[in-house]
Design a protein around this ligand. Structure first.
Ligand SMILES: [Zn+2]
Length: 315
């Protein structure tokens, strides 16, 4: 659907959730995110056809962050658009370029040490490897027409190089999965999965940064678009979620005599958020691990290096 003149949200459903890409139609076209491997063929090209626009005008395709549902269509797009430029956050480049690295260094980064993770082989939805031409660090400008550009923002936390786009004309921010509220919703409104930030400090600073930007609209990767007060409520809820996860971990570690593993702490945090489905609870290993690193750096907890997997205890 057209959100603003020349700004389109392309919608499909993946595992019950909305999966949004954004298409900007100026003198040149820009696409933000490519969905899973089949999204270009099934949804993106048909959408561009409907606009009666030549897809060869796509100047740039920006991947906001390394996840199979945001980068999976890159190789399919490149096949049809050999001269279009691809960009992502420089810090995420290796993960965005190669699904094998995405799985080994992101989805299964805790598998060996903590016994938590996913299949070793990338899902076909993750698409094929596809090189990225430009690594953005935030602060760049994407020129769509002489009088229309998008600002590139670096909004880390969910990934180290997570990008967002800001359109000053409409004060709309396109933030993909940079901020998570209390979890990611299904299209029906039920909760699909937990929050999945990796680095606590970066995530909190991203929330603060976006708050200070005062966007009038927030368009995301899976959440319905937000306007006005909904945006500040979403930021507050995101911040209080971080606080609740942290407090639950600390409380559990202050109670235990034997220390707790990452898996045990995951279950503990799951009780704090009963709306997070059991089938997707494992995704909360990333924020829980992020908090453990932060609490340990602050001297509030320590790792017990006795046996496998590692356990944590309060100091
Ligand atoms: Zn996503």
């Amino acid at each position: 659907m057209e959100l603003y003149k020349g700004v389109h949200q392309i919608d499909s459903i993946y595992f019950g959730r909305h999966l949004f890409q954004y298409l900007f139609v100026g003198e040149r076209l820009a696409l933000v995110d490519s969905g899973i491997a089949s999204t270009p063929e099934k949804f993106i090209f048909p959408y561009i056809d409907k606009l009666q626009v030549d897809p060869a005008r796509l100047g740039i395709i920006i991947t906001t962050h390394p996840d199979l549902d945001h980068q999976g269509g890159n190789a399919a797009l490149r096949k049809h658009l050999p001269s279009t430029v691809f960009a992502c956050g420089e810090a995420d480049r290796r993960l965005v370029e190669d699904p094998a690295v995405l799985y080994s260094s992101r989805y299964n980064s805790l598998k060996q040490e903590h016994g938590l993770g996913f299949d070793d082989l990338p899902s076909p939805d993750a698409g094929e490897a596809c090189r990225v031409d430009f690594g953005f660090r935030g602060g760049e400008t994407v020129v769509l027409s002489p009088d229309w550009d998008l600002e590139v923002l670096c909004v880390p936390g969910h990934s180290s190089g997570h990008l967002a786009l800001f359109d000053r004309r409409t004060k709309a921010a396109f933030v993909s999965d940079a901020v998570h509220g209390r979890g990611c919703p299904e299209a029906s409104g039920a909760v699909a999965c937990p929050v999945t930030y990796f680095k606590v400090e970066s995530y909190l600073s991203t929330i603060q940064y976006l708050e200070a930007l005062k966007p009038e609209a927030l368009h995301t990767g899976h959440w319905p678009s937000m306007y006005g007060d909904e945006i500040s409520d979403f930021f507050s809820e995101s911040r209080s979620t971080v606080d609740a996860v942290m407090r639950r971990i600390l409380k559990a570690l202050e109670r235990t005599r034997t220390g707790m593993t990452l898996k045990e702490l995951l279950e503990e945090v799951g009780e704090e958020f009963p709306e997070w489905p059991k089938e997707t609870l494992e995704l909360a290993m990333f924020p829980v691990k992020g908090h453990l690193e932060q609490l340990e750096a602050n001297g509030l907890i320590r790792t017990r290096h006795t046996g496998w997997p590692p356990r944590w205890e309060a100091t």
